[in-house]
Write a protein that binds this ligand. Structure first.
Ligand code: G6P
Length: 615
């Protein structure tokens, strides 16, 4: 949720940290701060500011002397998404200990902070913020006996909850100590410099060699490299991962927003997701990372999918795939609910955890619960080396490239493509014939071209967006494969335009929500020329009878829907299982252009975070 960057090396740490924070700003942007070690003053210097990184930058320019010199070669920074305490300067990280000698940037939540705080207050510690994090800074100082690593470990031993932290001290001018439990920490190993961050996008400008910490790892980081041990001080070794994301991929590349860039990247993201995985001749797919034999696949009797947000809706599309294409009964569960219920997991259950970031706290816990109960667990993630990817040890990467826009777009279509490939492999081990498999594979090969055709509708979508941008409420309807897509369309719109939007099954509308319809409530109906279309047309008529304007997303050349719609947006004709991709692209563009007309901060919508690493 929040972002952390730390630097130790020969460069000016301020520049590295600020540019890293800018890349992480999508993770949290209500306040930000840096703490630097001044070799001149032999003390820590801190600057914090409410608002976006730009505000922090002007404060640094004003308040940090010598910022262009090499006075600061060690520092940590943080961009915050508030949990405990409002977004104020006092609550912004890094937090200092009482003496000002220790600074901490923290992601996660210290659950027992009230008890810890009471104890520290009794000992005379004065708190200057309402955050849970400040207890860590004081605890580290309290535990310090000359060794920063040991002091951090001793402080963390007392803590319950989750953390990804970076700590510096004026007593150790060349050192950062970082640790994780539940919140990601990656360490980029450069030549003569080391960068620690909560997300690799802050690192890859400097090095592609990255080490990811596991839970309860604690790292001692210097300009020369790092040593990792457990909290109990037992040395551990973690692999060096080579990251192949380029800098260009994490920049806007001429687009006004990351979201628009990522919407337009979908043909490429889909091409990458399916590359080398479709076996046309055999009518099946090859997903090496699942590491299951055909016999193991054939033994699976039930699939449970756990995910959050957009990944959850992609999972819902997946449920239809597994039932339709593989004949496998499938449940889709909100990960937060799954982990706290007592889910029934038989030995022949496959748990699929879907997460773009691979860091969503509830989905990680669903994975752990599934493993405890003996399920075979596969992760479907985009971010290489993320927690879910590592803990599941098997799964499928999306290869969609970095997704920076808070509202997920290209990850959804890549997830749909990956789920279709999985369903084909599972289907072929069960009831799907070679010839149907070949038809499906050939259709999936068209995914990039189908996505590109949907993108061509952008000028028409823009005009429609302008027409409805002032609405205060909107509905999204669909049935069959279009039902989860309607839910995702409503989510996109509410996330970035703040219009109240609801997704419903087209038939369900009349069981209540239809009471809300009138001429001010537009209804977006996904009604491609597929099985069930005539029933959806009846539902469109129900909306029109209540004076609601109807915006249809319909198949190119299908003029029947025109009569029942105020506006029509076209998607290319394709088999039913592929239709979610072009339709969702239309919905993404509609949400984007409506939000733009309303002047919303599209890449950083209020209150949202890209990666939700707390419960
Ligand atoms: C947050 C994001 C959503 C995302 C969801 C799940 O809520 O704002 O865009 O869909 O988390 O994220 P994941 O990384 O697990 O797919």
């Amino acid at each position: 949720m929040c972002g952390i960057v730390g630097y130790v090396g020969q460069r000016n740490a301020t520049g590295v940290i600020v540019s890293g924070l800018q890349r992480l700003e999508y993770r949290g942007y209500d306040s930000a701060g840096v703490a630097l070690y001044s070799s001149h003053r032999k003390a820590l210097v801190r600057v914090r500011s409410v608002g976006k990184i730009a505000a922090l930058v002007s404060r640094i320019e004003k308040d940090v002397p010598d910022q262009d010199g090499l006075d600061y070669t060690l520092g940590i920074g943080h961009t915050r998404w508030a949990t405990h305490g409002a977004p104020t300067e006092a609550n912004a990280h890094p937090h200092f200990s009482r003496s000002g000698e220790f600074a901490v940037a923290h992601n996660g939540i210290i659950e027992n902070y009230v008890a810890l705080k009471e104890r520290l207050v009794q000992k005379g510690y004065v708190f200057t913020s309402e955050t849970d994090t400040e207890v860590l800074a004081h605890l580290i100082e309290e535990c310090y006996e000359g060794d920063l690593h040991r002091a951090v470990a001793a402080a963390l031993e007392q803590v319950e909850g989750t953390y990804g932290i970076a700590v510096i001290s004026s007593r150790h001018p060349g050192l950062i100590v970082a640790a994780r439990k539940g919140s990601p920490i990656a360490i980029g190993v450069g030549s003569g410099e080391t960068i620690v961050a909560s997300d690799i996008s802050a690192i890859i400008n400097y090095t592609k060699k990255v080490v990811f910490l596991n839970d309860e790892d604690i790292a001692t980081i210097t300009a020369e490299g790092l040593d990792i041990s457990s909290l109990k001080n037992v040395p551990v070794s973690r692999e060096l991962t080579h990251i192949d994301w380029s800098l260009g991929q994490i920049e806007k590349g001429g687009f006004e927003h990351f979201m628009l860039k990522e919407i337009h990247e979908q043909p490429q993201a889909l091409a990458n997701a399916i590359r080398g995985r479709l076996l046309e001749k055999d009518g099946t797919t090859h997903l090496g990372g699942i590491r299951m034999t055909s016999a193991e696949i054939a033994r699976i009797r039930h699939i449970t999918i756990a995910a959050c947000g957009t990944s959850y809706y992609a999972g819902m599309v997946g449920k239809y795939f597994f039932e339709d294409l593989a004949g496998l009964s499938t449940d889709i569960e909100q990960a937060a609910e799954f982990r706290y219920r007592n889910p029934i997991i038989e030995r022949d259950t496959l748990l699929l955890a879907i997460s773009q970031s691979g860091e969503t706290a509830d989905t990680i816990e669903a994975v752990r619960e599934g493993m405890r109960k003996g399920a075979t667990v596969l992760g479907i993630c985009n971010v290489v080396g993320s927690t879910i990817a590592r803990e599941t040890e098997r799964g499928v990467y999306l290869h969609a490239g970095p997704e920076i826009g808070v509202a997920s777009t290209k990850a959804f279509s890549a997830q749909v493509a990956v789920l279709a490939m999985l369903a084909i492999v599972f289907g072929r081990a069960r009831r799907l014939s070679g010839s149907t498999g070949r038809d499906l594979v050939r259709e999936l090969l068209r995914a990039p071209e189908v996505a590109a055709a949907a993108l061509e509708q952008e000028p028409a979508i823009k005009v429609i967006a302008e027409k409805y941008a002032r609405a205060e409420h909107m509905f999204f309807l669909g049935r069959g494969y279009m039902y989860p897509v309607a839910l995702e369309g409503a989510l996109k719109l509410k996330e970035i335009s703040y219009i109240h939007a609801e997704g419903y099954h087209a038939a369900e509308l009349k069981h209540g929500p239809i009471a809300l319809l009138d001429e001010h409530v537009p209804v977006v109906v996904a009604v491609p020329d597929l099985h069930g279309k005539s029933k959806t047309i009846s539902n469109m008529q129900e909306c029109r009878a209540r004076s609601s304007p109807v915006i249809a997303i319909a198949t190119a050349g299908d003029d029947e829907v025109n009569r029942y719609s105020n506006d029509v947006i076209r998607v290319p004709r394709c088999l039913d299982f592929l239709t979610p991709i072009p339709v969702v692209i239309v919905e993404q563009l509609l949400a984007y252009h409506i939000a733009k007309c309303r002047g919303c901060p599209i890449d950083q919508p209020r209150n949202l975070a890209k990666s939700v690493t707390v419960e």
